[in-house]
Design a protein around this ligand. Structure first.
Ligand SMILES: *[C@@H]1O[C@H](CO)[C@@H](O)[C@H](O)[C@H]1NC(C)=O
Ligand SMILES: *[C@@H]1O[C@H](CO)[C@@H](O)[C@H](O)[C@H]1NC(C)=O
Ligand SMILES: *[C@@H]1O[C@H](CO)[C@@H](O)[C@H](O)[C@H]1NC(C)=O
Ligand SMILES: *[C@@H]1O[C@H](CO)[C@@H](O)[C@H](O)[C@H]1NC(C)=O
Length: 456
C-alpha cells in the first residue's frame, strides 16, 4: 500500500530526525505538529548562507505521492518570515490567536490547512529573513533577480531531498510583497527550464498571489479613490492623497527608487492618519492582527530545535528590518511584465480579501487591466461567477483560461487567517480546476426550459 508506506515513513521520519527528549518537550508543541522535513537549503556553500524551510507532506493525498502537487509559500514584507504564514495563516498547526491575553500560547490543529491534499513548503525568503541565514549583510538580495536566483537554488535543492519530489507539479504561492517574488521566481523558472537538462528542471504549473504588490506604480495611485468610495475619507482628503500618490508615481517614473518607496509609505501613513483605523490590512478590524504570537512561539529554544533550526540562539523576528532595508530600492519596481509571460505559459491565480486597504481588490483590478495578454478582452467579457463553499457565499471569481481573479468576502490582508476554510477551498479548487475554477464552458448559463426538467 502506497499510502500506508508513506504514512509510516513520515511517522518514522519524525522520530528519526527529531529526537525530542520527552523531558524537555514543551507542552505547547505536540510532536504531531512537527514538519515532515525541515532545515536548511544551501545558498552559498562558502559563506554558509542558507534558506530555512519547513515542509509538511499532504495529510490525505488524493493521488499517489509522486503526483501530488507541491505548494510553495512565500511571505511578503519585504523581509517577513513564512513562519507567519505557517503558524498564523495556512499551516497545519497554528498559534491560538483567539486566546485571552492571560492564556498560555499553544498550537492548535488547523482543519483548513493548505496541506490537506497537497504538500506544503514554507521558505524563509530572502536570506536574512526568519530562520534563514545571511552570512554577511551584503549577500542579502537587493533586487528580484537575485531573489529568484536564490529561490531557484533552494527549490532545486529541496527537490533533490527525495526522488519522489522530482515530478510533482509545483505551484508557487504567496502574499503581499510576494506579489513581487512569486511572478519573479515563476518567470525565472520558465525562462531557465529550456536551458537545463530534463532532470534539473522545475515542474512549475502555476503561481498564486494573495493581496499582492506587483505593479506598484499603478497600485499606489488607487488608495485615495478606494478610501473615498469606501466612505473613509471625504473628497478634499481624496485630493490631498492624490497629490501624495502622484508624487510617488513621478519619483517612480524618474527611477528615484528610495525616494519613491518613501513617498509610497507616506501615502499609506496619510491614510492611516486620516482614518485612524486599527490597521490598513483590514478596515473592519478593531485591533491589528496579533501575529506577534508567532514571534513569541518561535522564541523558545525547544521549538527552534523541534523545527530544525541549527542555531538555537538565533533570535526570530517576524519581519526583518535589515532585509526590508536591503530591498528598499526594489519596492516600487514593477514585475507586471512577468505576469504577462506567466499568464501565457502557466496558470495564474490572484486573490484579495475584500477589506484590505493596502494591496486589495481596487489596487489589483487597476493593474490587471494593464496586462498584455491576447485573451484580456475575453477575460473582461466573461461572467463573474458566484463562488460558494458549502451553501455559503464565499466570494466572486473572474476566470478566463489561465487567469483566475478572486474576491474573498469577509477577509483582510492575512486572508487565510480570516477565512481559513474558504482559502483552503479556493486553493484546492484552483489547483484541481474544480467547481468555479473548472472548465470555462461548463459554467456558462444553461438555457432555461423544459429540457432542464427532463420530465418529457
Ligand atoms: C559565495 O560568497 C562568496 C563570498 O562572498 C562569493 O565570492 C561567491 O561568488 C558566492 N558564491 C555564490 C554561488 O554566490
Ligand atoms: C501621521 O501622523 C503622525 C503622528 O501625528 C505624524 O508624525 C506623521 O507625520 C503623519 N504622517 C502623514 C503622512 O501625515
Ligand atoms: C547564533 O546566533 C547568534 C544570535 O544571532 C549569533 O550571535 C551567533 O553568532 C550564531 N552562531 C553561529 C554558530 O552562527
Ligand atoms: C503571449 O503569447 C502570444 C501568442 O503566442 C504572443 O504573441 C505574445 O508575445 C506572448 N506574450 C508574452 C509576454 O510572452
Amino acid at each position: 500500500m502506497d499510502l500506508t508506506n508513506f504514512l509510516l515513513s513520515v511517522f518514522f521520519f519524525f522520530f528519526a530526525s527529531f529526537p525530542f527528549p520527552s523531558t524537555s518537550s514543551p507542552p505547547f508543541f505536540p510532536p504531531e505538529a512537527l514538519p515532515t522535513k525541515s532545515g536548511y537549503l544551501p545558498i552559498n556553500a562558502t559563506t554558509g548562507s542558507a534558506i530555512y524551510f519547513a515542509f509538511y507532506e499532504a495529510q490525505t493525498p488524493i493521488s499517489s505521492i509522486s503526483k501530488t502537487p507541491l505548494l510553495i509559500w512565500l511571505q511578503g514584507g519585504p523581509g517577513c518570515s513564512s513562519m507567519v504564514g505557517n503558524f498564523f495563516e495556512l499551516g497545519p498547526w497554528r498559534v491560538n490567536f483567539h486566546k485571552h491575553k492571560t492564556e498560555p500560547i499553544s498550537l492548535i490543529p488547523n482543519p483548513a490547512s493548505w496541506n490537506r491534499i497537497f504538500g506544503l513548503l514554507f521558505l524563509d525568503n530572502p536570506i536574512g529573513t526568519g530562520f534563514s541565514i545571511a552570512a554577511t549583510k551584503h549577500e542579502i538580495p537587493t533586487n528580484q533577480n537575485s531573489v529568484s536566483k536564490h529561490l531557484f537554488s533552494a527549490i532545486s535543492s529541496f527537490i533533490k531531498l527525495d526522488p519522489a519530489f522530482k515530478n510533482r507539479p509545483i505551484y508557487i504561492t504567496g502574499e503581499s510583497y510576494a506579489g513581487k517574488y512569486v511572478p519573479s521566481i515563476g518567470y525565472y523558472i520558465l525562462k531557465k527550464n529550456p536551458k537545463l537538462p530534463f532532470d534539473k528542471r522545475v515542474n512549475l504549473v502555476g503561481v498564486a498571489i494573495g493581496d499582492g504588490l506587483t505593479d506598484p506604480i499603478t497600485q499606489v495611485a488607487t488608495h485615495g479613490l478606494n478610501a473615498f468610495y469606501s466612505g473613509l475619507i471625504n473628497e478634499r482628503q481624496k485630493q490631498e492623497m492624490e497629490i501624495a500618490q502622484m508624487n510617488a508615481v513621478e519619483l517612480t517614473k524618474m527611477g528615484k527608487w528610495n525616494e519613491a518607496t518613501n513617498a509610497r509609505n507616506k501615502v499609506l501613513d496619510m491614510l492611516k492618519n486620516m482614518t485612524e483605523l486599527a490597521t490598513l490590512y483590514d478596515y473592519t478590524r478593531k485591533s491589528p492582527y496579533n501575529s506577534e504570537l508567532v514571534d513569541e512561539l518561535l522564541s523558545f529554544k525547544e521549538v527552534k530545535r523541534a523545527l530544525g533550526v541549527k542555531n538555537e540562539s538565533m533570535v526570530f523576528e517576524g519581519c526583518s528590518d535589515v532585509v526590508g532595508e536591503a530591498l528598499k530600492s526594489d519596492v516600487m519596481k514593477s514585475v507586471r511584465y512577468k505576469v504577462d509571460f506567466l499568464v501565457n505559459n502557466s496558470k495564474v491565480l490572484l486573490y484579495q480579501g475584500q477589506y484590505d486597504l493596502r494591496d486589495g481588490v481596487v489596487s489589483t483590478e487597476a493593474w490587471v487591466k494593464k496586462l498584455k495578454w491576447s485573451e484580456i478582452e475575453n477575460y473582461f467579457q466573461v461572467d463573474r461567477k458566484i463562488w460558494r463553499v458549502g451553501d455559503k457565499l464565499a466570494g466572486y471569481v473572474q476566470k478566463w483560461k489561465s487567469l483566475s481573479n478572486v474576491v474573498v468576502l469577509g477577509a483582510g490582508h492575512l486572508l487565510p487567517n480570516d477565512q481559513a476554510l474558504n482559502s483552503q477551498a479556493m486553493i484546492e479548487g484552483w489547483v484541481l480546476e474544480k467547481g468555479v475554477f473548472g472548465d470555462d464552458k461548463a459554467h456558462e448559463k444553461k438555457p432555461s426550459g423544459i429540457s432542464d426538467f427532463g420530465v418529457w
